[in-house]
Design a protein around this ligand. Structure first.
Ligand SMILES: C[S@@+](CC[C@H](N)C(=O)[O-])C[C@H]1O[C@@H](n2cnc3c(N)ncnc32)[C@H](O)[C@@H]1O
Length: 280
């Protein structure tokens, strides 16, 4: 094990920080090579097959090109489930798990739930799995993302209704939901320069960016449409750009929502908001 870890450090040391190399080493050992966690931590002796050695070298080459480790593995673990990922979907982020946990903690388990901008389906599928008596629907503008989400729903044995919809042009009908959740695109174009190469090169820009002059575009659009799409007393949950917590809450208050709460993520950044549609 020691030699394998040394080999990984030599190959990745000039491309990643020490902390990143440590994190990648663990994933390469335990996920890609399927070495037991105890062997990895105790640095017990292991011998790799020729095939495993080739797999590792190929992965190290791709990591040197900044391919995300999740694309090399083909999946990401999220909320205790496994999600297939490719370049058509955003890789599910750990902070989004906190949003799922928040919704689960406030749900009675029988809601009609809508996830807008579902991507890999990580929010919708996790909720369908944790709240099996709820009805879950998920929308995305991207047919390629919806194909991945559908596959993830099948892999995780959940029932989710998927629809291709552009939320910016969608006209609400008489569909009614108890909960609407969204983690929409929220990075301003001007933030691009500060972003890591592996995000910019490998993740779909459709999932990431909003115009610089209207960072709340998706939040305002969804919150306005949700006034007719939610039942009275229904809730809206957003994952947000950490720089816009206050503005998002103010916008929701102006639209008449109540019980507005802003929460931080594990890294202490403003990251999610919940608001309730007033009962008139
Ligand atoms: C930040 S990603 C979130 C993906 C996933 N929900 C998650 O939390 O990992 C935003 C998603 O919104 C979708 N999207 C972008 N514009 C949209 C639009 N106008 N209508 C519906 N979905 C849209 C993108 O295709 C992408 O899948």
């Amino acid at each position: 094990m020691k030699e394998i870890l040394q080999h990984i450090r030599t190959k990745l040391g000039s491309y990643y920080t020490t902390g990143e190399v440590t994190a990648l080493s663990r994933i390469l050992a335990t996920e890609l090579l399927e070495i037991k966690e105890s062997t990895y931590f105790l640095k017990d002796p292991v011998s790799l097959t020729h095939e495993q050695q080739q797999q590792l070298d190929k992965a190290l080459e791709r990591l040197q090109e900044h391919t995300p480790i999740q694309h090399i593995l083909g999946y990401e673990n999220f909320s205790g489930l496994r999600f297939k990922v490719n370049s058509n979907v955003l890789i599910p982020r750990p902070e989004t798990q906190e949003l799922v946990a928040w919704i689960e903690s406030e749900a009675n388990g029988k809601e009609r739930i809508l996830d807008i901008g579902t991507g890999s389906g990580c929010i919708a599928i996790s909720l369908a799995s944790r709240l099996p008596h709820s009805t879950v629907e998920a929308w995305d503008i991207s047919p390629e993302a919806l194909a991945v989400a559908q596959e993830n729903s099948r892999i995780n044995n959940t029932r989710v209704i998927f629809n291709q919809r552009d939320i910016l042009t969608y006209c609400p009908t008489n569909e009614q939901f108890d909960i609407i959740v969204s983690n929409p695109p929220y990075i301003k174009e001007e933030e691009k320069e500060a972003m890591e190469a592996n995000v910019l090169q490998w993740e779909p820009h459709l999932a990431l960016f909003v115009p610089d002059n209207d960072p709340l575009l998706f939040y305002r659009t969804i919150a306005k449409k949700a006034i007719t799409m939610l039942v009275p007393g229904g809730s809206i949950y957003f994952e947000i750009n950490r720089a816009y917590g206050k503005e998002t809450c103010e916008m929701l208050a102006e639209l008449g929502y109540s019980n507005i709460e802003l929460r931080k993520d594990f890294a202490d950044n403003d990251r999610m908001v919940r608001a309730v549609l007033r009962v008139i």
